[in-house]
Design a binder for this molecule. Structure first.
Ligand SMILES: Cc1cc2nc3c(=O)[nH]c(=O)nc-3n(C[C@H](O)[C@H](O)[C@H](O)COP(=O)(O)OP(=O)(O)OC[C@H]3O[C@@H](n4cnc5c(N)ncnc54)[C@H](O)[C@@H]3O)c2cc1C
Length: 282
C-alpha cells in the first residue's frame, strides 16, 4: 500500500489553522444612577471612559454584562488564549448575562439598562435589586441588533418584561406611517410603562397574575386580529412560549419566515439561557 499524497489527501490531513475567537472589547463601567421604573423593573445607568466609541449598532440588540462574583469588588476579566477566555485557577468567573441597551448617550457616556427583578434565584436579578451608585461591572460589545423594515405596513411586537426594553427601542424608530400591534405580558398593571413612538401604536397589556409565564401572551397573540398587507413580527419572551408563537405565526397565520424575528430571552428553570436562541429550527 502506498501513501496517498494526492493534493486532496494533503489538504485534509494538513493541520487546519485554528480559528481563534477574537477577544471581545471589555468596557469597565460604574453605576452612576439607579432608578425603580416600576416595582419590578430597575433602570441602572452606567458610565465610564471605556464607553467612548460604544455604539448600540441599532435597536433591540444586546450587550453582555459581566457582574462581580460573590466577594469581588469588580468582575475578574480573562486573559485571551488559543481557545478563547482563560481565567486563572481559583479565580471565580463573573456572572455573564444578556441585556438590552435601553438608552445610550455618547455625549455623557451614559448607558441605561433595564433589569427585571424576577427574584433572588437569578444572580443578575439579585445584583440589580441591590445595586448602588459606584458599583463596578463590565459591558461587552453589542450584538444582534434588529432592523425593522421601514416599508412594512404593520409590526406585531410581542414580549414580556425582559423584552420590553427591546420593544421600546423598536417603537422609537418605527416610521409615522407604520402601525404597531404591541402585546406585552407583565405581572400586573403597576408594571405597565408609557412608551413613545412615531408610529400608530395599539397597546395590549396583559396581566400575568398567578398564571404561568407567557400563557396570557400566547393566548392573546393567537386571538389577535392580524391585518392584511406587508407585516413583520418580532417576538421576545420565555423560550418555550417563543417557539409556540413562532409555530403559530408560521403555520397557522402563514407568515413568511423572513418576516418573523423570534428570540428566547430566558427559559423557565434554566440559568443563563443562551442569547442566540432564535427558534429557527422550526
Ligand atoms: C438578547 C437578549 C436581551 C435581553 N435583554 C434583557 C433586558 O434588557 N432586561 C432584562 O431584564 N432581561 C433581558 N434579557 C433576559 C435576561 O438575560 C435573562 O432573564 C437572564 O436569565 C437573567 O439572569 P439572572 O441571573 O437574573 O437569572 P438566571 O440565572 O439566568 O436564571 C435563574 C432562574 O430565573 C429564571 N428567570 C430568568 N429570567 C427570568 C425572567 N425574566 N422572568 C422570570 N424568571 C426568570 C430562570 O428561568 C431560572 O430559573 C435579555 C435576554 C436576551 C437573550
Amino acid at each position: 500500500m502506498t501513501d496517498d499524497v494526492s493534493p486532496a489527501a494533503v489538504a485534509t490531513s494538513a493541520p487546519q489553522p485554528r480559528r481563534v475567537r477574537p477577544r471581545p472589547q471589555y468596557r469597565a463601567v460604574r453605576i452612576c444612577r439607579v432608578q425603580r421604573v416600576t416595582p419590578r423593573l430597575c433602570r441602572i445607568t452606567v458610565t465610564g471612559e471605556e464607553l467612548a466609541g460604544f455604539s448600540t449598532q441599532g435597536v433591540a440588540g444586546h450587550v453582555r454584562v459581566l457582574l462581580p462574583a460573590p466577594g469581588q469588588d469588580s468582575p475578574a476579566l480573562p486573559t485571551w488564549g488559543p481557545n478563547g477566555p482563560e481565567y486563572p485557577e481559583g479565580v471565580p468567573r463573573p456572572v455573564s448575562r444578556a441585556y438590552t441597551p435601553r438608552r445610550w448617550d455618547p455625549q455623557s457616556l451614559e448607558l441605561d439598562i433595564d433589569f427585571v427583578l424576577h427574584g433572588d434565584d437569578g444572580p443578575a436579578s439579585a445584583w440589580a435589586a441591590r445595586a448602588q451608585s459606584g458599583d463596578k461591572l463590565v459591558v461587552v460589545a453589542p450584538r444582534r441588533a434588529y432592523q425593522p423594515d421601514p416599508l412594512a405596513e404593520w409590526h406585531l411586537l410581542a414580549g414580556d418584561e425582559s423584552s420590553l426594553p427591546a420593544i421600546a427601542t423598536i417603537l422609537e424608530v418605527l416610521p409615522a406611517t407604520a402601525r404597531a400591534l404591541v402585546y406585552v405580558e407583565v405581572h400586573d398593571a403597576a408594571e405597565e410603562q408609557k412608551l413613545s413612538s412615531p408610529a400608530c401604536v395599539e397597546w395590549h397589556w396583559l396581566h400575568r397574575g398567578d398564571a404561568a409565564p407567557g400563557e396570557k401572551l400566547e393566548a392573546a397573540v393567537r386571538a389577535a386580529p392580524i391585518p392584511e398587507g406587508n407585516g413583520r413580527a418580532w417576538v421576545g419572551c420565555e423560550a418555550v412560549v417563543m417557539r409556540n408563537l413562532r409555530r403559530h405565526l408560521l403555520h397557522d397565520r402563514g407568515m413568511d419566515r423572513a418576516a418573523i424575528n423570534t428570540q428566547g430571552y430566558w427559559k423557565s428553570g434554566a440559568a443563563n439561557h443562551p442569547d442566540h436562541d432564535t427558534g429557527e429550527e422550526i
